[in-house]
Design a protein around this ligand. Structure first.
Ligand SMILES: Nc1nc2c(ncn2[C@@H]2O[C@H](COP(=O)(O)OP(=O)(O)OP(=O)(O)O)[C@@H](O)[C@H]2O)c(=O)[nH]1
Ligand SMILES: [Mg+2]
Length: 303
């Protein structure tokens, strides 16, 4: 068990290497300052440039100032690590697929290119290999290749994909999907949605409509509105989270592309400012590259 946990951490560490280097490069540099105040000032800047954001960075540094008397580098690092852990721990709430909801309906949300369809494919692979029956619904009827991309994942995982023609009504796709999932006794129904329409307000109106259709067919569904965010877009991701949460209501977040050049601090900003559960992190393009978010593991890999 312990060795499995250990190899999990090592694996995550390897995936987060670039993100770790980006944040730790500037933090280590900050720690070499000659006075406590100089160090804390540089640390605050290092956190801001690592996408932690002004508000959260200053809260973290104020906390360190309150507990740190001297300028011991190792102690400071330890305090920084526990400050970040405490923020992230609050949003560590893995997604649980309720057995009473059949189908459990998960709607994926997010602007174009963040990794919605890929995350859906990874989730389908995960649930289906744990013995659940999964169905996908191609609710992005706007972008021409979106349906084919979802079908590719459906084929890989071996689960059905409900679709209509390109340009069709996503509300109708979702309606069909819920009926089909109920008829077949499907455990998990995952809905893909568009990331871009002609305008942002069109997109929000369409997503609200999809949500209404779902709720009418199955009161209380969707059971999870999973917002997918691309970690490499920094503070934009925080703005997207605010926007989707206000318009649609977000119950969980999947943060993708942490294996790339993302500076990683955005996860701390999202956790501290929005307090929305972070369900998953994406660390690559294959089915195995979606991990449950675990605050302890993540901080160990990051700092
Ligand atoms: N490195 C890396 N790439 C990812 C990850 N998640 C998604 N991608 C890649 O990001 C690109 C966009 O992913 P999609 O899943 O198509 O994004 P989307 O949100 O569905 O995009 P639209 O359908 O255009 O709205 C693809 O090339 C994916 O392979 C991740 O965690 N790490
Ligand atoms: Mg897509």
């Amino acid at each position: 068990m312990l060795s499995r946990i250990k190899s999990g951490i090592t694996g995550l560490k390897a995936k987060l290497t670039r993100t770790h280097n980006a944040i730790m490069g500037s933090v280590e540099a900050a720690l070499t300052g000659s006075s406590r105040e100089e160090i804390l000032g540089a640390l605050e800047e290092a956190l801001i440039t690592s996408d932690v954001g002004v508000k959260t960075a200053s809260e973290i540094v104020d906390g360190l100032r309150a507990v740190m008397a001297g300028r011991d580098e190792e102690k400071l690092k330890g305090c920084l690590k526990s400050a970040i852990y405490n923020i992230l721990k609050q949003v560590e709430r893995p997604l649980e697929i309720g057995v009473n909801q059949k189908p459990f309906v998960l709607m994926a949300l997010g602007v174009n290119g963040v990794g919605k369809t890929t995350t859906i494919g990874k989730l389908a692979a995960r649930y289906s290999s744990s013995g659940k029956s999964v169905m996908l619904a191609a609710g992005d009827t706007f972008r021409s290749a979106a349906i084919e991309q979802l079908e590719l994942w459906g084929g890989r995982v071996g689960c059905p994909v409900i679709k209509q023609a390109h340009g069709g009504d996503p509300g109708a796709v979702v309606f069909d999907a819920i009926r089909a999932a109920r008829a077949r006794g499907t455990d998990v129904l995952i809905l893909d949605t568009a990331g871009r329409l002609h305008t942002k307000s069109n997109l929000m109106a369409e997503l609200k409509k999809i949500k209404r259709v779902i709720d009418r067919e199955m009161p209380g569904a969707p059971h999870e509105n999973l917002l997918v965010l691309d970690a490499s877009t920094g503070q934009n991701a925080l703005n997207q989270a605010r926007m989707f949460n206000e318009a649609i209501g977000v119950t969980g977040i999947a943060l993708t592309k942490l294996d790339g050049t993302a500076k990683g601090g955005i996860i701390i900003a999202i956790a501290n400012e929005l307090k929305i559960p972070i369900r998953f992190i994406g660390v690559g393009e294959t089915a195995d590259d979606l991990k449950d978010f675990n605050a302890g593991e993540f901080v160990d890999a990051l700092i």
